[in-house]
Design a protein around this ligand. Structure first.
Ligand code: TYM
Length: 333
């Protein structure tokens, strides 16, 4: 008897260069879960334009991100990989969900407030509506689980609220999704200010490790990472945020537990520790970068992945959208 797999959905915006935070908080989880779940992974280019993008760069980053997903180990044979703008149902469902979402709820979103402060000259409606589009993404595919970093938790909560609200007014229509967060890695800190999240768009690029950074850059950035005035490599996020952040990174990149990672550096100084973290990360990034470059040279293959992904995604999304249209009273042919 075939058991239906639970559904998993996630996405990344094709903006700037991805950091090891994006990799550890999201993509690494996807790879671990792709055999067990029915997975759909998108490239969220419609979210990306809520902040002004250069069109040529956005197109290039889109292909780079698809190549990166595959280079990291996301298998297009097992998962549906597609580009958000290739499936019109996202915009269509977002419009409907807008009418079940309150302006006050959107004004309270932390990311909206942060981005409004950062882009004060362009506080557009899309920026405010961002979480509703994200809810549409997730709900279209009836996702049970959404593997993301902690910074997306508030968006997941509002998605659940909107789904429950709609289900209560009509009848069960949407699966109410749950966020999946890594125990270690759900919030990778900036190397220069570990209490802040490592970000693609950080002002100082030395605080972020980009997946495109070469070995020398990776090692140089880790050497400069802030630690503390002590000398003990111990996991204690409250009192030793810098060291704990580096231990988290090291433990995931070298597939060790935090305790094993601590043991590796017992009696060693911060200099040796930081070098070892840098080397562990650089060792893992090199083959991913080589594979991404190889894939980017094969445009035909990437286009094929996008085309078949869009077809599969559309099929699922359209089913949900028709159900919604029926419930709300849209006359359908
Ligand atoms: P984005 O592109 O900002 O980030 C992609 C993923 O990386 C995670 N992340 C981190 N995890 C750990 N530590 C960090 N320092 C760190 N920085 C980023 C994010 O939590 C995210 O999982 N809104 C989403 C994209 C999106 C989406 C969706 C996600 C659009 N539609 C539907 C899930 C489901 C975003 O901006 O991700």
């Amino acid at each position: 008897m075939e058991v239906t797999k639970k559904k998993l959905y996630s996405a990344v915006q094709p903006t700037n260069n991805l950091t090891i935070g994006n990799y550890l908080g999201a993509i690494k989880q996807w790879i671990a879960l792709q055999d067990e779940y029915d997975c759909t992974f998108a490239i969220a280019n419609m979210h990306a334009i809520t902040v002004r993008q250069d069109p040529a760069a956005l197109r290039r980053k889109t292909l780079e991100l698809l190549a990166l997903y595959i280079a990291c180990g996301v298998d297009p044979e097992k998962c549906t990989l597609y580009l958000q703008s290739h499936v019109p149902c996202h915009a269509e469902l977002a419009w409907v969900l807008n009418t079940f979402t309150y302006v006050g709820e959107m004004e309270r979103m932390t990311q909206f407030k942060d981005k409004s402060a950062k882009h004060a000259d362009n506080i557009n409606m899309g920026l405010m509506d961002y979480p509703v589009l994200m809810a549409a993404d997730i709900l279209l595919y009836q996702a049970d689980f959404v593997p993301v970093g902690i910074d997306q938790r508030q968006h997941l909560e509002i998605t659940r609220d909107i789904a429950i609200r709609f289900n209560n007014i009509y009848s069960p229509t949407f699966t109410v999704p749950e966020g999946l967060y890594m125990k270690v890695g759900a919030k990778i800190g900036d190397l220069l200010d570990p209490t802040k999240k490592m970000s693609k768009s950080a002002e100082n690029a030395n605080g972020s490790i980009f997946l495109t950074d070469d070995r020398d850059t990776v090692i140089r950035k880790f050497k400069r990472a802030v630690t503390d005035s002590g000398n003990e490599v111990r996991f204690d996020p409250e009192n030793k945020p810098g060291v704990s952040n580096l231990l988290s990174i090291y433990s995931i990149f070298s597939d060790k537990t935090i305790a094993e990672a601590e043991a590796d550096f017992a009696g060693k100084g911060y200099g040796d520790f930081k070098l070892a973290v840098g080397e562990a990360v650089a060792d893992k990034l090199a083959p991913i970068q080589a594979e991404q470059t190889r894939l980017l040279a094969d445009r035909e293959y990437l286009d094929k992945v996008f085309a078949s992904g869009a077809e599969k995604a559309y099929h699922t999304a359209r089913k949900t959208l028709s159900k919604v249209y029926k419930k709300i009273g849209f006359y359908q042919l």
